[in-house]
Design a binder for this molecule. Structure first.
Ligand code: CO
Length: 223
């Protein structure tokens, strides 16, 4: 498809929106007030708005290879800080997906180039959970690591100064971990939600990891 077609499609879309919803763009131009933030993989098959049925203005998005959140990544942290402190989003979802190429490269230690250095963060997740992963049949390992990677990144978000400060001042904001199935288009909740009210991040984290191990064992038994 020639690249100029994208611009033509954009014009058609904007005209259609304006015809169906007069004032839609004018209202959005004045302000955004999304209730949700999405931290997902850059993979073209996992578009935040389409998957969740959200419109422009409804979800604040940060995406990178393999949906990684590390405390030294100012790009990601600045987006989280703006979303929490300024936009005052209520829910932040870390969203991984099965069959993630970045997670697979980290698992199999495949060299892909510069991204190897970024994927080292996912490799760290694999090494942290190596006891579990190595007990699984190879076919189950990638799915399990995709889930574990989300659970780890939820913990990183929850431990960030941004969320810790928000919770300390009583702000209502929750962090969740989801994984998306490329094969069926469905999102799954990994039950790792934390909102700063009571649940210890570490306890929720441990439960979610144990659930991955249980699911993987069941899947392995049926394989
Ligand atoms: Co991916």
């Amino acid at each position: 498809m020639p690249w100029r077609v994208l611009l033509q499609r954009n014009r058609a879309w904007a005209e259609r929106m304006q015809a169906e919803r007069p004032g839609f763009f004018a209202a959005l131009a004045r302000q955004q007030s999304p209730r949700y933030m999405w931290i997902g993989c850059s993979d073209s098959r996992v578009p935040a708005n389409q998957i969740t049925g959200l419109e422009p203005g409804e979800v604040f998005v940060h995406r990178n290879v393999a949906n990684v959140v590390v405390p030294s990544d100012l790009n990601c942290l600045a987006a989280v800080q703006y979303a929490v402190d300024v936009l005052r989003i209520e829910h932040l979802m870390v969203v991984g997906h099965y069959g993630c190429g970045g997670v697979q490269a980290a698992l199999l230690q495949q060299r892909v180039g510069l991204a190897d250095n970024w994927l080292r963060h996912v490799r760290d997740v694999a090494e942290r959970h190596w006891d579990l992963l190595q007990r699984l049949p190879e076919a189950q390992r990638l799915d399990a690591l995709c889930e574990l990677n989300v659970i780890e990144q939820v913990r990183h978000v929850a431990q960030s100064t941004v969320l810790q400060d928000a919770w300390a001042r009583g702000q209502a904001v929750a962090v969740h971990g989801w994984v998306y199935g490329l094969h069926d288009g469905l999102l799954h909740d990994l039950q790792v939600s934390v909102d700063g009210h009571g649940q210890e991040v570490e306890a929720v984290y441990a439960q979610a990891c144990a659930a991955v191990a249980r699911r993987a064992a069941v899947a392995a038994a049926h394989a």
